[in-house]
Structure formats: C-alpha cells, structure tokens
Design a protein around this ligand. Structure first.
Ligand SMILES: Nc1ncnc2c1ncn2[C@@H]1O[C@H](COP(=O)(O)OP(=O)(O)OP(=O)(O)O)[C@@H](O)[C@H]1O
Ligand SMILES: [Mg+2]
Length: 220
C-alpha cells in the first residue's frame, strides 16, 4: 500500500521518513485555497447536491458513475467527463464535488478556473518561465478540472493556450473534468481541434443541460 512516505537512506544514521505524495497533495490543496476553495470546507459536495429535476438527476448520475468507474478508465482514451449547458444548473458544483473526492484519495486534481487563468497567462506572456511553469502545471496534473471553459470573448491566443494544455493531456491520456456553458456543437465551432479532442475524451460521460431558466438552480 502507498503510505505516502518514502524512506531516504542516510549514511550516518537511521533512515529518515519523508513525505512525498502527501506533500504534493498539500501543495495542490493549497492551490485550491489560493483559488478561493477550501477543499476541507467546501459545500459543493455530492451530499449537498439536490435532485430537483431530470437534469440534476442525470448530472448527478453521470458524475457519480464517473467517480466509480475512474480507476478502471483512468488511462484510457475516454477517461474524462464534461458537464455543459445551462447557466446555474450545478455543473461547477458537481465538478468540484468530484475533484474533492479524488483529492481525498490522493489523486492530484488541479483546479483551473478558465477565465482567471487564461487572463493571467496572457498578461504574463512575455515571462517565459511563468508561461512554461503555468502551462506545465495544467498539462501534467493527475486530473485537470477546467471550470467554465471558453467563458468570455475568445481569440486566437486563448485557443492556442488551451490547445497546448489539452492536446498534451489528450496525447498522454490524462483525464479532464470540464464545465462549460457551451454545447459540444458550439465548442466545435470555436475550434474543431480542441472541441473534437474534448469530445473524444469525454464521450462516455457527457451531460448537456438544455438552455432555459427552468434548469437554473439559482432561479428555482
Ligand atoms: N442540484 C443542486 N443542489 C444543490 N445546490 C445546487 C444544485 N445546483 C446548483 N446548486 C448551487 O447553485 C449555485 C450555482 O451552481 P453552479 O455554480 O454549480 O452552476 P453552473 O452550472 O456551474 O453555472 P455557471 O454556468 O454560471 O457556471 C451553486 O451555489 C451551487 O452549489
Ligand atoms: Mg460554473
């Protein structure tokens, strides 16, 4: 069993127990806190997610099935999940619930609130090291949660940055959890390269919530 500890040999004394995995998890949890979500105190849990219409039922079913299937599909081509459509339908809530369950099992899920991150990457475009480190963080995490993909006006740099991140994950079979207000059809019109990769990865676990205020939990 992986205890999260490794033994480091020291010539002059007894082996020293040093945390490896646990320290990585701590680092990832601190990144979540920096983004305004405390993984230990979040209210966005499966337990708090009410089934109040057909879509909330379907979204919850797909998210929990994905969670149960994860260890079996983790390295496969279709190892990802996407919740899309209507604003306020609980997409982010379920994505965060999933992510925090994974974190509790020591799976490092990095949170990427799309709009904030894309803005800060573009603002720091000339800082090569910042760019490489940031992009690499999102490329290589165990799982990446992209929240609100393509929110706001999008241009070529947005597409290029997201392609760099998502194509790396696509090529290396690294799972993504995506929330977006856009349908698959619409994602394909923004950029077919990105849209079709996401679709292929998420194919088995996609929910598209129909647009309509009736499906907005905030307005129920
Ligand atoms: N079925 C539900 N049960 C309990 N709370 C819910 C449910 N659906 C949504 N909420 C709550 O309503 C608010 C809006 O949900 P959420 O942010 O997940 O929606 P969204 O689909 O991500 O919307 P947006 O497209 O605006 O990002 C959140 O506070 C969330 O916790
Ligand atoms: Mg959201």
């Amino acid at each position: 069993m992986d205890t999260g500890w490794i033994l480091v040999e020291r010539l002059d004394s007894a082996p020293l127990a040093k945390s490896c995995e646990c320290r990585d998890i701590e680092r990832v949890k601190n990144q979540w806190k920096a983004a305004g979500i405390n993984p230990e105190k979040s209210k966005q849990t499966f337990g708090n997610f009410q089934v109040w219409n057909d879509y909330s039922q379907k979204s919850k079913d797909v998210a929990t099935t994905y969670y149960k299937d994860f260890q079996n599909i983790r390295s496969s081509r279709r190892n990802s999940i996407m919740l899309c459509g209507q604003v306020g339908s609980g997409k982010t809530h379920l994505c965060i619930a999933l992510a925090l369950n994974f974190l509790n099992k020591n799976i490092k899920v990095v949170y990427m609130p799309y709009r904030d991150i894309i803005t800060s990457i573009k603002q720091n475009m000339l800082d090569d090291e910042y760019y490489k480190n940031t992009v690499s963080k999102y490329q290589t995490s165990d799982v990446l949660l992209v929240d609100d993909l393509f929110k706001g006006k999008i241009n070529d740099s947005d597409i290029n940055i997201m392609f760099e991140i998502l194509n790396y994950r696509y090529l290396n079979h690294l799972p993504i959890i995506v929330s977006t207000e856009f349908s698959v059809e619409k994602l394909l019109t923004f950029d077919e390269g990105i849209g079709s990769r996401i679709y292929e990865m998420c194919k088995d676990y996609i929910v598209e919530v129909d647009k309509g205020k009736d499906n907005n939990y905030r307005l129920r």
